[in-house]
Design a protein around this ligand. Structure first.
Ligand SMILES: Cc1cc2nc3c(=O)[nH]c(=O)nc-3n(C[C@H](O)[C@H](O)[C@H](O)COP(=O)(O)OP(=O)(O)OC[C@H]3O[C@@H](n4cnc5c(N)ncnc54)[C@H](O)[C@@H]3O)c2cc1C
Length: 528
């Protein structure tokens, strides 16, 4: 196939327009095109009077060889082979590998091990998507939290109740394998080529379930409400895992894909002397604006012709501390994302349609080990808990979220009309963010907001709403691993994903899951 890049199409363009452009770029007639598939589509909105789509297309065409030989255009080349190469080998582990956690990292570690015929046993402390959806809806409606089955814990992991944004900054050939498996499992085809792919929580639940069924169909097992609470060692080799229900599973290979919220399990790892280290991360608030304001700020008059717009803003304070927006959810909702009693945390999500009235994103301040207040490897986790407890109390100790208007926070006065109605459930209460955050964080936010308002018109408008606390943007802990992917001090244990400090986001966690599955196979001499 031939790859044609930089094909520009007007936003009103359609399939016919694309085919004509393709034929023109290749100097052939449309009839000479046998087949084609879109490899990449991105919206270029840098110039508001010239917003257009840019395409990269792979095409099968008559006289392909001749066209490539005569070609002088840098935007035309042979299509590279990007297919994922599965490892192959004879030697099978004596005992079935165990995967702890069924978030993106555990899901893809389990799927790859199953596709290699290694029949993994996946253990997930939370419930399957159906029971989880019920538990989460109950929490969002009543504030009644299930500490084992919630927005952080359960089938699909933290990302299931999310916007399902699949953007990642890692450049790894396994990324495409992740997207292909998701499409196989029912995700919309366009995630394969959209520059900013997203699934939406409504579709993501089905995708996760289908991946579970595929693992089972390949001889694997996925157990829910199966929390790992202990380990058995043979010297410094793993020999078995213990479960909360008293069960024991013997194994020589364990993937620890715990996520960033498995605080009781981190305390277990610390007690078992796992090599753990502090890791910088970020905390802050969720900020909400009318989605219409963002669409107009990003697309101008063309806004009504385009899907809900997103944004990404960064700022460095005079003291050198980073403030940035994160996990922006166009047409989305601020959600209660707690997993512990008495500790309130928020996050964001949206449905595939992204048709909610508000835009929201995390507005985060970078925090470093020196801010954690002690050298203890779990000090960052305790710092998170401290802010979550303050947020819980400030809201009234029933998962009512503390909120503040930007006008009040910046002391720039209140808005004449309030257009932004917050979306957090079950309830909200006006508070001062100074009652929750340490001064270095409120100072950084107060410095950043007006600066961001100059980059995105209206970002610091007085009726924009802040909701506290966004504390789970990434993990404050790293479970140190060596070149073979194993824990520094325990053979056969493979820390993976966000909780282990090796990923951030759905796709990079899934990629890390694939990587540790490969490491297990390599341990038994398998090769590409
Ligand atoms: C509300 C929300 C929205 C988000 N939106 C996005 C987004 O749009 N795009 C994006 O890229 N990222 C998003 N993220 C982040 C993304 O979800 C995470 O980066 C990703 O899920 C990390 O994957 P993981 O597999 O490493 O960990 P997790 O997804 O956290 O999964 C870990 C799993 O391990 C289980 N577990 C923990 N301890 C044990 C134990 N002892 N025994 C058994 N099981 C255990 C947990 O129950 C959990 O299911 C969002 C996160 C949240 C909370």
């Amino acid at each position: 196939m031939i790859r044609v890049s930089e094909l520009k199409l007007p936003i009103e363009g359609n399939q016919k327009t694309l085919e004509k452009k393709l034929a023109k770029a290749l100097r052939v007639s449309v009839e000479d095109i046998k087949s084609y598939r879109i490899f990449k589509r991105s919206l270029d909105a840098r110039k508001k009077d010239n917003i257009h789509y840019a395409y990269v297309v792979d095409v099968e065409v008559k006289n392909e060889k001749k066209i490539l030989e005569k070609n002088k255009d840098k935007n035309i080349s042979k299509t590279p082979d990007l297919d994922y190469k599965m490892l192959k080998g004879e030697v099978m582990p004596e005992k079935r590998p165990v995967v702890v956690g069924f978030g993106p990292a555990g899901m893809f570690a389990g799927l790859m091990l199953a596709e290699m015929g290694l029949k993994p046993i996946v253990l997930e402390r939370g419930g399957d998507v159906e029971s989880r959806k019920e538990a989460v809806e109950t929490f969002w409606n009543t504030g009644k939290l299930d500490v084992e089955n919630n927005v952080q814990f359960g089938e699909g992991g933290a990302g299931t109740f999310s916007d399902g944004k699949l953007t990642t900054r890692i450049k790894d050939p396994r990324c495409r394998k992740v997207l292909e498996e998701m499409v196989d499992a029912g995700a919309p085809e366009e995630i394969l080529y959209d520059a900013k792919p997203h699934i939406g929580t409504d579709l993501l639940r089905g995708v996760v379930k289908n991946i579970r069924e595929k693992i089972k169909a390949l001889g694997g097992e996925v157990r829910f409400f199966a929390k790992v609470t202990g380990f058995e060692w043979k010297g410094d080799n793993i020999a078995a895992v213990f479960l909360a229900d008293g069960g024991k599973i013997e194994t020589d290979d364990v993937v620890l894909a715990l996520g960033h919220s498995a605080r009781d399990t981190f305390e277990l790892l610390h007690a078992e002397n796992f090599a753990l280290e502090q890791k910088p991360f970020a905390m802050g608030v969720r900020i909400e604006h009318p989605q219409k304001m963002v669409d107009e700020a990003q697309y101008g008059e063309a806004a009504h012709k385009l899907p809900a717009a997103d944004y990404r803003l960064t700022y460095t304070t005079e003291k050198g501390r980073g403030v940035y927006t994160f996990c922006m959810c166009p047409g989305g909702y601020v959600v209660a994302a707690a997993s512990e009693e008495g500790r309130l945390a928020v996050n964001g999500m949206s449905e595939h349609a992204r048709d909610g009235r508000n835009a929201n994103s995390a507005l985060l301040v970078q925090v470093y080990p020196e801010d954690f207040g002690s050298e203890h490897p779990l000090a960052g986790m305790y710092f998170q808990r401290e802010l979550e407890e303050k947020s819980f109390v400030a809201g009234g100790s029933d998962f009512t979220a503390p909120v503040e208007r930007v006008g009040s926070f910046l002391k720039t006065g209140s808005a004449e009309t309030i257009e932004v109605e917050g979306t957090y459930r079950p309830a909200k209460k006006e508070c001062s963010m100074d009652d929750i955050f340490p001064a270095f964080m409120t100072e950084a936010l107060r410095e950043a907001l007006p600066a961001m308002g100059r980059k995105l018109k209206g970002f610091d408008r007085p009726d924009a709403l802040l909701t506290a606390v966004e504390s789970r943007s990434s993990s404050p802990i790293r479970i140190v691993r060596d070149g073979a992917g194993m824990s520094l001090n325990y053979k056969g244990v493979y820390p993976a994903g966000e909780g282990a400090g090796y990923a951030g986001g759905i796709v990079s966690a899934a990629v890390d899951g694939i990587l540790v599955a490969e490491k297990i196979a390599e341990r038994y001499g398998w090769t590409k």
